[in-house]
Ligand binder design. Structure first.
Ligand SMILES: Nc1nc2c(ncn2[C@@H]2O[C@H](COP(=O)(O)OP(=O)(O)O)[C@@H](O)[C@H]2O)c(=O)[nH]1
Ligand SMILES: [Mg+2]
Length: 287
């Protein structure tokens, strides 16, 4: 289990019996679980309504309703299939330390094990350590790597990588980028340049732009995500470090606020510690 159990806290709060005083405290409990102010308010209103309608309602029945309401409010269209274009280019962006490079290694391994030919573009030319980190992973997993000189233009690395992928017949290109603060305009513009250059190398690329977010940051990730989304339209999210946090509710708040699908969740530092995000199972786990 990865998350602080909201369900357990709700069971404790009601102590077997549902009443108005406990419902008063419920909203705060949702809020502390990082579900966000709006969702916390809506869920509490639902519980109040249920209680008014049937004062003898059990805690379990309430939890079932909450789970149902959350799931229904979060349905999103399925992610684009990765077989429609080759190479399929995926740009990975986010703030420093959120887990981009680690996640790319995990994704590369995962796609390779599905029989896909994967090429990784080491376009974090800012930190030499990032390229070294990827080289190490690439060696152990037989994934191709295209890298640039330290300090070189990341967009140029991306251009070379996409061209190499086309000539080598790669199925998937994963682009690692330097960490950037969403408040730094020049760095956000650099991302726009990377996108333009990708499109020049292969019209339509990048086919996906995925923001990697550190779940332990809770509600702070919302601002980050929103600003990134404004500069570079995102197609999806990956939420990391869910193994070490009670802030699993963040996933729900973000997905609802931005209407963006969470594709995967990171659950540890190892290369296998990546799971597809499945809404129903996630909500079940959370409660
Ligand atoms: N516990 C845990 N640690 C993670 C996860 N993903 C990444 N990390 C760690 O977070 C740190 C930063 O990761 P890195 O990939 O270098 O972040 P980047 O700066 O975004 O490229 C490293 O110590 C990773 O091992 C995860 O899902 N769980
Ligand atoms: Mg990195």
């Amino acid at each position: 289990m990865f998350f602080g159990k909201i369900g357990k806290k709700i069971r404790n709060l009601f102590g077997g019996k549902v009443d108005e005083a406990a419902i008063e405290e419920l909203e705060q409990l949702f809020f502390e679980a990082d579900l966000g102010a709006k969702t916390s308010e809506e869920l509490t209103a639902t519980v109040r309504k249920l209680y008014k309608k049937s004062p003898n309602i059990t805690v379990e029945a309430i939890l079932d309703e909450i789970k149902k309401e959350l799931a229904a409010s979060m349905q999103l269209p399925p992610p684009p299939s990765i077989t429609t274009t080759t190479p399929h280019v995926i740009l990975i962006i986010g703030a420093n330390g959120n887990g981009k490079t680690t996640t790319i290694a995990k994704l590369a391994k995962r796609y390779a094990s599905e029989g896909k030919k994967v090429l990784v573009a080491a376009a974090d030319t800012f930190r030499a350590a990032a390229t070294e980190q990827l080289e190490k992973w690439a060696e152990s997993t037989q994934i191709e790597l295209v890298k640039g000189k330290s300090g070189s233009d990341p967009a140029a690395v991306v251009f070379d990588a996409i061209q190499a992928a086309q000539s080598r017949g790669s199925d998937i290109v994963l682009i690692d980028t330097a960490g950037r603060l969403h408040t730094k305009t020049d760095l956000m513009q650099e991302l726009q340049k990377i996108r333009r250059v990708s499109d020049k190398a292969l019209p339509g690329a990048p086919h996906e732009t995925i923001l990697v977010l550190d779940a332990t940051l809770g509600q702070n990730t919302l601002d980050q995500a929103q600003t990134f989304h404004e500069y570079t339209p995102l197609t999806g999210l990956i939420l990391t470090k869910l193994d070490g946090t009670a802030k699993g509710g963040t996933a729900i708040a973000i997905q609802k606020k931005l209407s963006l699908p969470i594709h995967f969740i990171g659950t540890g530092e190892g290369i296998e510690d990546l799971q597809p995000f499945e809404l129903t199972a996630f909500i079940q786990d959370l409660f």
